[in-house]
Design a protein around this ligand. Structure first.
Ligand SMILES: Nc1nc2c(ncn2[C@@H]2O[C@H](COP(=O)(O)OP(=O)(O)OP(=O)(O)O)[C@@H](O)[C@H]2O)c(=O)[nH]1
Ligand SMILES: [Mg+2]
Length: 308
């Protein structure tokens, strides 16, 4: 398909035109998630650049790699009338705490255009799910897009879990955007693509983002970014062939997050229990070693000065 046709489709996309109508959804949220510094904000700028017939602009502030993580908010950008891009806060360490927050963002349980503060424990996570009752976002159709930099090399083990949970939360196989996708050898890129597919991801799009330094329009760059957006919306249309219920979906999402928070809480408590057990065993072993050493000393003393 020609780039112009894809662009028209994106611009005119409406949930009302889906096979069974909008079914109660009012807009599509293309949710970008992933590690900090992997190119989420740059991808937002690239998408805006290919959609708007205007000069390149930095809508989403891009990270200065020396400074560390840039986007600490959950920012939204209008792409077309019914389509919004979400630049979620990226995780620096991808530890359990950050992964929980990624799921809260993906599940749409944190407000848009507000700071994202990493939670500290199980009850923080529960409280955030409960507080989300105030938000009116049950009518968003969520599309997960994982942004991964090819420069990061092979995929960490936790990415498999994140891809699979993102699928459970949203009901869609996450699309993967591989940034810096043209700056590594083809064989390496193919390995990354295969690995993502093995993990259960949907389509994988290797690409080079437009940046402040390099924003010369090329047909190739435009085409792959438009294809990614076009196919993502086509997937929404496909999914909307089934009878869906946004309210019921949100309840299920909430259930997933509460179960996740609970299991995490239980694991933390168990880990703490194991640590305490270990600490006790170490103390006992230390006491035993001291007693044995003392007994040995006593014995040695006695053997030196035998009682006559
Ligand atoms: N060459 C090249 N540079 C890129 C690409 N994508 C992003 N960059 C650069 O990588 C750095 C990080 O990009 P960002 O878009 O800020 O990454 P981010 O995921 O939004 O980062 P945080 O907001 O910190 O989570 C910036 O210096 C970008 O210019 C790409 O595809 N190719
Ligand atoms: Mg950013």
């Amino acid at each position: 398909m020609e780039p112009e046709q894809m662009k028209e489709y994106i611009k005119d996309f409406s949930l009302d035109n889906c096979p069974l109508g909008n079914q109660g959804y009012t807009r599509v949220l293309l949710q970008l998630f992933g590690y900090a510094g992997h190119g989420k904000s740059s991808f937002i700028n690239s998408c805006k650049y290919v959609m708007d017939d205007a000069e390149y602009a930095e809508y989403a502030k891009v990270a200065d790699s020396i400074k560390g993580p840039e986007t600490l908010m959950r920012n939204s950008y209008l792409l077309a009338n019914n389509v919004t891009l979400v630049d979620n806060r990226g995780a620096a360490k991808m530890d359990k705490m950050e992964i929980g927050e990624i799921y809260l963002q993906l599940g749409n349980f944190l407000p848009l255009d507000s700071p994202v503060v990493w939670q500290t424990n199980f009850s923080d996570m529960m409280n955030k799910v409960l507080a989300s009752e105030k938000q009116e976002c049950a009518t968003d159709f969520i599309v997960p897009i994982f942004v991964y930099s090819a420069k990061a090399g092979m995929l960490d083990a936790e990415i498999g879990e994140i891809i699979s949970c993102a699928k459970k939360i949203t009901g869609l196989e996450p699309t993967v955007v591989v940034t810096h996708g043209l700056s590594i050898p083809a064989a390496e890129l193919n390995k990354i693509k295969d690995k993502f597919r093995d993990m259960g991801a949907g389509s994988v799009y290797p690409l080079e983002n437009y940046t402040q330094e390099d924003n010369m329009k090329t047909r190739g760059k435009h085409k792959v970014i438009l294809r990614c957006l076009y196919k993502s919306l086509k997937n929404v249309e496909f999914r909307m062939k089934d009878k869906l219920d946004p309210i019921q979906e949100r309840i299920e999402r909430k259930g997933f997050l509460i179960t996740y928070a609970h299991e995490r809480g239980v694991k933390e408590a168990r880990d703490r229990g194991i640590l305490e057990e270990r600490e006790r065993a170490i103390q006992e072993a230390r006491q035993k070693a001291i007693q044995e050493a003392r007994a040995k000393q006593e014995k040695a003393k006695k053997s030196k000065c035998p009682i006559s």
